[in-house]
Ligand binder design. Sequence first.
Ligand SMILES: C[S@@+](CC[C@H](N)C(=O)[O-])C[C@H]1O[C@@H](n2cnc3c(N)ncnc32)[C@H](O)[C@@H]1O
Length: 302
Amino acid sequence: MGLAIKETAYLGWWFVRARFFGRRKPLQTVLFITDACNLSCRHCAIYNHKDPVMKSYEKVREELEYSYREGSRFVDFEGGEPMIWREGDKDINSLIALAKEIGFYSCTVTTNAQLPLKGLKADSVWVSMDGVGAMHDDIRGEGAFAKMEKNVAESGLKGVSVNMTINKRNCEDVERAVEYVKNNPHLEQISFSFHTPYAGTEGLKLDWEERGKIVERLIVLKKGGAPIMNSLSGLRLLKDNKFKKHCWVSNFILHDGTRFAECTGKAAGVCEECGFGMAGEMSSVFAFKPDTLMAGMKLRVR
Ligand SMILES: C[S@@+](CC[C@H](N)C(=O)[O-])C[C@H]1O[C@@H](n2cnc3c(N)ncnc32)[C@H](O)[C@@H]1O
């Protein structure tokens, strides 16, 4: 879905104010609508099976309105598992409609695809895939890959993207994952992040030498035409993480309602070891790297 002239102008205006006048206001909101999940992934520090929170529709409205007032125009519904969210007869599509009514340009849903995706009205759907077949299941639980594959195939959605978080267990599966996406007609592209060692998941972290070698492998794949969303400039930055972060581009609102003006990684003390691919992309955007700007445009202007 392409952006209208007014929306493109807002993006330009936002960028100029941020890049040249130092204004630090979000463009994207990462909104956690629940911490309930139907999986227990090895690398995740969020899911809560004991006393999960499901935000009310009105709470989500309040948080969307707040984020919009702050300047945000893109929202990523996160969890837990956002496809689980319900209130009476309302579901995730009701939240997407609400965001659009408030004025958000585009809604993303990041999902494990364990529930049917048919009819999902998000502008972008990111399915998490942490390897192919047994490797994905090793991280996400038995049967998760088959369910994900089936739900994606039956979704009827165009341009579904995949996100793989690379860690100590699945790092040898990177090339297979790229091949899988390339050969799956329902999938458009794959983005890569590295494991970020939130408390309790430190054991999955790669050391810098391993991480650097994997980045080199990703660069070779990308140069060979693989459908990798990360730009070359953004990928290079992930090697040693020594780049200027612009993580205030997204505000985060957690399942318990806590509002952060930037990525939660800072409060958790994990920025030094952050693996989020988008951190590298954002830094490259602010450095005017043409390949990253193009990758960003491709994401936003469909
Ligand atoms: C927390 S999940 C929630 C949404 C949904 N349940 C899913 O699995 O996609 C969102 C994304 O964060 C990634 N993720 C979870 N823990 C991570 C970590 N420690 N470091 C980097 N990415 C992580 C997941 O792999 C997934 O792609």
